[in-house]
Structures are given as structure tokens and as C-alpha cells.
Ligand binder design. Structure first.
Ligand SMILES: Cc1cc2nc3c(=O)[nH]c(=O)nc-3n(C[C@H](O)[C@H](O)[C@H](O)COP(=O)(O)OP(=O)(O)OC[C@H]3O[C@@H](n4cnc5c(N)ncnc54)[C@H](O)[C@@H]3O)c2cc1C
Length: 535
């Protein structure tokens, strides 16, 4: 029996989010006209493929009787769980390329169910890929045959969605790993507390997925990485279950939690976590600052990051992105700046931050606003930000190669990294697509350096889009590493970043991770090929 769907609305099997939220055909026609005006191209719209049984391989295994009630082998669910949601995933799904679909999707409803699934898979030599929201953009939730398993299951954890306990004294909660962002915040709301972790993928990603990928929320500074918000974890592995001690801090050797932060489903299944909560902010203010020169905006961001002011939002968006998504028409880069607090007014902090910006040539066209709907560059950028994944899917249907990549480096290295990466992307776009552009913004700021996020747009050739993107991605990844950046700041490693990750992480550390995997997952069934090679 198939599990009851969480709601009547259906998730798209090939693209982002809800099927009913995709751009309408009229909106897509407008987008095509825009591409034509801007680039002189005549985009040809790829139809949404109709899902048919024959597009998927016949399942090679059947879950044993006790697991059948929690297994689903329907075409829609197997197709939906075939890939994550990167450009190359959506492009492959749209092309009807579902040959690598999981043999079954299994939905455990308890920690005991997870242990039973792992026990069966270990015995039957079936690979297991943990699946939270499936929003991976690095090939983290598919299986490409590593380790030679004949069959694989996608272990969908979204039925593990309870808030088990809230400790209001310590401001922490015990929460199951498959809970999605909105459900988590909804269940915390009566306590007046919040997890305050909002990746752009918040609506369709899970606590376990965030921990397994070390995700970054949309706050620019301070507590924004999920790493800092985890107090302890419960993990089920083929070798048994473990629970780390729940404490605010500990100097007892290497941190057990840290072993599982960023473990990407390769070391165990995160079934529960104690997470740190915060009071809901009530004081909020936001402003947009224009910088005629990108370099001045960068210098202002460094001053802000090193000032101790800790803005909640501090996103420097370059001029191309600012005109396209925020309607900034004066050719300036836009800094979206925001402060919030649950405890005290934030106007003084904003005032000081704007002073720092002006010292670096920033212009503030409009007084800071204290929240609500905004009809200015900040408001326009914010609404396009949340609609962006649906827009991206429409662009892919129109044949556009549209993807992002991100990194972090020191302030000392940044100018050179920005120049090298932008240049590598522009050259690759020219060679591969003939036409295209690259933009950059800051997503997170640290006193010692920024996390920069690049978006790439180019016209693809039907049928070659994935190979074309892979060529561009290889070029920019080489540039990132050679300029001293990390191959990922918050998107994780998955399968797509492995070659560069292997060069970035000391070999002895990778051998240590492989040794830990051999203990926790002796059969090597967990997400084979991710982080380390199968034995
Ligand atoms: C439109 C879009 C916007 C995004 N924005 C952001 C952003 O702002 N910040 C950010 O950090 N990332 C972002 N991402 C990337 C992605 O959302 C994150 O990596 C997210 O943390 C993945 O969570 P998930 O629940 O969807 O995990 P999945 O995609 O399902 O899985 C990711 C990895 O974790 C493993 N995994 C999942 N659940 C568990 C578990 N319970 N136990 C063990 N392993 C598990 C999987 O096997 C896989 O390797 C974005 C992606 C998209 C498509």
C-alpha cells in the first residue's frame, strides 16, 4: 500500500516545488520574448514530458513483506526521487532520462523503520540513498552505480516529521530529521521560539538534509550555518544507532556531532537532532545601498563584517543582477542590508552601518524601512529571490543553461578570485554557448572573508545542455580552487564536486573518513561514491 501523501497538492517530479506553482504558459511566452529582445535568440519551448511507465527501468528488487507498507514503487514517486534539483537534474528529467531511477522509494515512519530498512539493504546488497527534501544541487540524492550495487532505494525521510520535545528553559528542541522547513517553524511557533534557519530551499528541504549538507541560511552573519544550531544528533547506521551528548559546548576530543555534520548520507541516517532555538525577532529594519563601483561595495562589506554589528542581511549584488532582478537602473551594485533583534531596537545599528557604507561611497536612495511589503529595489529583489527556482525551470524549458555555484575565500584572496572566476566563466560561456553572462553576489560574510555566489546564464543546444554545463562547471571549479576558494561554501560535495573536493581535503583526512565509514557502514551501502570511494 502506498503511503498517504502529506497533502493533495503534488510535488513536481521533474522540477522545483509544487506543480501548481510553475510559471504559466503565458508567463513563459513573456520570458521567451524577453530572451529574444535581450539576446536576439528564438527560444524553442520544450514541452513538459508526460510521465510513462516505460521511461523507467523495471524494478530489480522488491522490498520484503514487512517493509511493503512503507514502500512505494509508483512511477511518479520513483521519477521524483531519481535526481536532486540542480540544472543538470531538471534538464535530464525534462529530456525523459530516467534510466537511473530508484528501484523503490521507502518512507520510514519511525527510527525502528530506518534500522529495519538498513538491515534489509545490507543483507540484500542494495544501495541506500537518504532523501530529505531532494533539493540537493550536487548529485547528492541519485545513484550512479558506484560500488556496483545491482539495485538502490531512495530512503525518503519526510514522514519523520515530529517535534518530539521543546525545552524552553534551554531554548532547544528535539526534532525528527525528515521535518520540512515550514512544518518545523509552524510547530515551534506556539512556543514563541524559532530555529531561524532559512535556506532559499526552506520550503522543500529538511532538518536532516540541512545537517547532512551543512547548509547556510539566508542570514548573512552570526548564527546562519546549521553547524552552529545543532546541539546533538541521533544517527542510525548499518552498524547500530548512536546518540551524541546534548550539551552547549564540550572540549571532550573531536566533536561526535561534527562527524555527521556534512556526512551527506554516507556515514549514517540522521533521524533526530536537538537543535538550538531563538526568540522570534520583533525589531526589524532594512535598507538598500547603491555603489557605483563594485569594489567599493566589497570594501564596505568587509568593514561591516569586521565591525561587530552583525547585520542579519548583507547581500552585495552586482550591477547586472541588480538591474535584472531588482530593477536598479543607475548601473550600481546593490547592497541589501538588514538588522533584526528579539530584544532591542536595531535603528542605531542600521544608522552606524549606513555611515560605514557612505564612508565607502555608498548612496542610500530611500530611508530604511521597518518591514512589510516594499516597493523598492530591496522588495523587488526579495520577491524575485523566492520565485527564482520556478523561473529557473521555465528558462530550462526554453533551452537556457542557468545554474549557480558558490565558494568562500579570505578578503585577501577575494579580488583575485572574483576576477579569475568571472573571467573563466565568461570565456567558457563564450566557447561553449557563444552567448551568456555571469553575475556575482555575496551570500554570507565573515570577519575574514565573504562567501560569493555566482549565477551563469547561456543559451544551450537541445540535447547537449548537460554536457555544455559540465564543461562550464569544470572551468569555473578549476578557477575557484586555483584562486584559493573552497569548492563549496554551503551546497555540499555530492557527486558533482568530488574531483575538486578530493584535491582540497588532505588525503589523510579522507582516509580517516573512509576508516570511519568502514566502521559505521561496513557493507558500504550508504550513498556510495559520496565523500569517499567505495571500497
Ligand atoms: C532552489 C534551491 C535553493 C537552495 N538554496 C540553498 C540555500 O540557501 N542554502 C543551502 O545551504 N543550500 C541551498 N540549496 C541546496 C539544498 O537545498 C541544501 O543542500 C539542503 O540542505 C538539502 O536539504 P534536503 O532536505 O533537500 O536534502 P536532500 O537534497 O534530500 O539530501 C542532501 C544530502 O543529504 C543526505 N541526507 C538527506 N537527509 C538526510 C538524513 N536525514 N540523514 C543523512 N543524510 C541525509 C542525502 O543523501 C544527500 O546526500 C538550494 C537548492 C535549491 C534547488
Amino acid at each position: 500500500m502506498a503511503p498517504t501523501p502529506p497533502s493533495r497538492r503534488r510535488r513536481s517530479w521533474w522540477g522545483w516545488g509544487w506543480e501548481d506553482q510553475a510559471l504559466t504558459e503565458d508567463e513563459i511566452a513573456e520570458l521567451a520574448a524577453f530572451l529574444n529582445r535581450r539576446f536576439g535568440v528564438e527560444p524553442d519551448l520544450r514541452p513538459k514530458p508526460a510521465l510513462r511507465n516505460s521511461m523507467l527501468p523495471v524494478p530489480r528488487i522488491a522490498p520484503p513483506d514487512p517493509l511493503r507498507p512503507i514502500a512505494d514503487v509508483s512511477v511518479h514517486e520513483r521519477a521524483r526521487h531519481t535526481y536532486g534539483r540542480a540544472f543538470r537534474d531538471v534538464a535530464r528529467a525534462l529530456a525523459g532520462d530516467l534510466g537511473g531511477a530508484p528501484d523503490a522509494v521507502v518512507y520510514p515512519a519511525s527510527i525502528a523503520d530506518v534500522a529495519r530498512v538498513l538491515e534489509w539493504c545490507d543483507r540484500a546488497r542494495v544501495a541506500v540513498v537518504a532523501y530529505g527534501g531532494g533539493s540537493s544541487v550536487v548529485g547528492g540524492v541519485e545513484y550512479r552505480g558506484e560500488g556496483g550495487f545491482d539495485a538502490w532505494v531512495s530512503l525518503d525521510l519526510t514522514r519523520l516529521d515530529r517535534v518530539v520535545e521543546i525545552d524552553t528553559t534551554s531554548r532547544a528542541a528535539l526534532v525528527e530529521g525528515g521535518i520540512m522547513g515550514p512544518t518545523l517553524e509552524g510547530r515551534l511557533r506556539p512556543s514563541g521560539l524559532t530555529f531561524r534557519h532559512f535556506p532559499q530551499s526552506f520550503e522543500f528541504s529538511t532538518l536532516g538534509g540541512w545537517i547532512a549538507t551543512r547548509s547556510g541560511g539566508h542570514y548573512a552573519t552570526a548564527l546562519t550555518h546549521v553547524d552552529d544550531l545543532v546541539e546533538g544528533v541521533t544517527v542510525v547506521t548499518p552498524a547500530g544507532e548512536l546518540r551524541t551528548l546534548r550539551v552547549p559546548g564540550s572540549g571532550a576530543g573531536p566533536s561526535p556531532d561534527r562527524l555527521f555534520l556534512g556526512s551527506e548520507g554516507a556515514l549514517g541516517i540522521i533521524t533526530e537532532a536537538w537543535i538550538r532555538l531563538q526568540a522570534r525577532p520583533v525589531f526589524k529594519t532594512a535598507a538598500g545601498v547603491h555603489f557605483a563601483r563594485w569594489e567599493d561595495g566589497v570594501a564596505a562589506c568587509r568593514a561591516l563584517a569586521q565591525s561587530g554589528l552583525q547585520p542579519a542581511n548583507c547581500r552585495l549584488i552586482d550591477a547586472v543582477e541588480a538591474v535584472t532582478f531588482a530593477g536598479v537602473r543607475d548601473g550600481a551594485s546593490l547592497l541589501v542590508l538588514g538588522f533584526e533583534s528579539a530584544d532591542q531596537p536595531v535603528d542605531a545599528a542600521m544608522e552606524r552601518a549606513l555611515e560605514l557604507c557612505r564612508d565607502h561611497g555608498g548612496v542610500v536612495p530611500q530611508a530604511p524601512s521597518t518591514g512589510g511589503e516594499r516597493d523598492d529595489a530591496v522588495g523587488r529583489w526579495r520577491s524575485s529571490f523566492f520565485r527564482a527556482p520556478y523561473l529557473r525551470d521555465a528558462l530550462i524549458r526554453l533551452g537556457v543553461i542557468v545554474e549557480t555555484f558558490e565558494t568562500a575565500c579570505t578578503w585577501q584572496a577575494f579580488d583575485e578570485l572574483h576576477a579569475q572566476v568571472t573571467d573563466a566563466a565568461a570565456r567558457a560561456l563564450q566557447e561553449v554557448c557563444g552567448i551568456g553572462w555571469v553575475t556575482c553576489r555575496f551570500t554570507h560574510l565573515y570577519p575574514d572573508g565573504p562567501a560569493s555566489y555566482f549565477s551563469v546564464f547561456g543559451m544551450g543546444r537541445r540535447g547537449s545542455e548537460v554536457a555544455m554545463w559540465d564543461e562550464i562547471k569544470a572551468a569555473v571549479s578549476e578557477a575557484v580552487l586555483s584562486a584559493g576558494g573552497t569548492i563549496t561554501h554551503h551546497h555540499a560535495v555530492g557527486r558533482d564536486h568530488r574531483p575538486w573536493y578530493d584535491r582540497q581535503v588532505p588525503e589523510l583526512v579522507r582516509s580517516g573518513i573512509a576508516a570511519a565509514k568502514a566502521v559505521l557502514d561496513p557493507g558500504g551501502i550508504l550513498n556510495p561514491g559520496v565523500l569517499v570511494d567505495p571500497r
